[in-house]
Write a protein that binds this ligand. Structure first.
Ligand code: NAD
Length: 239
């Protein structure tokens, strides 16, 4: 492990993780970009929009149902577990773009889900919201008010819940180290979190096998998968 990274981590009081689909790739959950992002020849990014939903709610619900089945049978990988274990040594907050709940399953206690959760649903018309852990059998499922239910996730083009986003900015503003793992950093506004951190003199560490559009802004880039790199980072504290 790079000595400079070790020193920064050992002297840090608060570490914020910004995570994306890549951190769950080694748990068998496909990312959106690249060939993984195709589902029955549909582009995942084009299905995750409000327009796609209203054009064909049955199709989008079938896609979500398969994602639900995949996520429910997935387990946290060593990357998620390393982040949870780091809480034994530091104040750790996870700001995730993922909707899969694997950080919480791994044991992380402070997780902000910026884009919602696969278990949450809400009515497209009334105020009904719920968490559903079983499978749906009819698509689209209907609310008791008679209108269509939708996944309670943030689709491309939609705004984040303001309370969640404001809290995320506060954490980004007051961390010493931000570790950005498994995200292409192309989705806004989550991709501005490293900028908030940098403005407040935090060290930025990227964990990604590939370069991202913000790699040149990073203080360190670990070109490795999160299930390999994150346990190595935590091992610094066990020496
Ligand atoms: P993305 O698909 O745009 O990018 C994934 C990134 O992860 C890429 O940069 C890739 O190089 C990297 N990566 C791939 N495998 C990796 C690994 N093993 N370890 C570390 N990095 C790896 O994902 P994004 O930036 O999160 O943006 C896409 C949107 O899709 C987000 O809004 C997210 O909510 C959603 N999404 C979530 C899930 C999930 O909940 N698991 C899955 C797919 C998409």
């Amino acid at each position: 492990m790079n000595k400079e990274i070790a020193e920064k981590l050992l002297s840090a009081k608060k570490v914020v993780f910004v995570t994306g689909a890549g951190i769950s790739q080694e748990s068998g959950i496909p990312t959106f970009r690249g060939k993984d992002g195709l589902w029955r020849n549909y582009d995942a990014m084009k299905l995750a929009t409000i327009d796609a939903f209203y054009d064909n709610p049955k199709l989008v619900w079938e896609w979500y149902n398969e994602r639900r089945q995949n996520i429910f049978s997935s387990k946290p990988n060593p990357g998620h577990k390393a982040i949870a274990e780091l809480e034994n040594f530091l104040n750790v907050v996870v700001l995730t773009q993922n909707i899969d709940g694997l950080h919480q399953k791994a044991g992380s206690s402070k997780v902000l889900e910026l884009h919602g959760s696969i278990v949450k649903i809400k009515c497209t018309v009334c105020d009904f919201k719920d968490e559903i852990f079983t499978e749906f059998t009819e698509f689209p499922p209907l609310c008791n008010c008679g209108n269509i239910l939708r996944p309670d996730v943030v689709w491309f083009g939609e705004g984040l819940p303001q309370n969640v986003w404001q809290e995320a900015i506060i954490h980004a503003n007051n961390c010493d180290v931000m570790i950005i793992a498994g995200t292409s950093l192309v989705v806004s506004p989550a991709n501005t979190l490293p900028i908030y951190a940098k403005q407040n003199n935090a060290i930025l560490i990227e964990v990604n096998p590939d370069e991202t559009i913000m790699s040149s802004d990073m203080d360190f880039s670990l070109r490795s998968t999160s299930a390999t790199a994150l346990p190595e980072l935590v091992s610094i504290f066990k020496k």
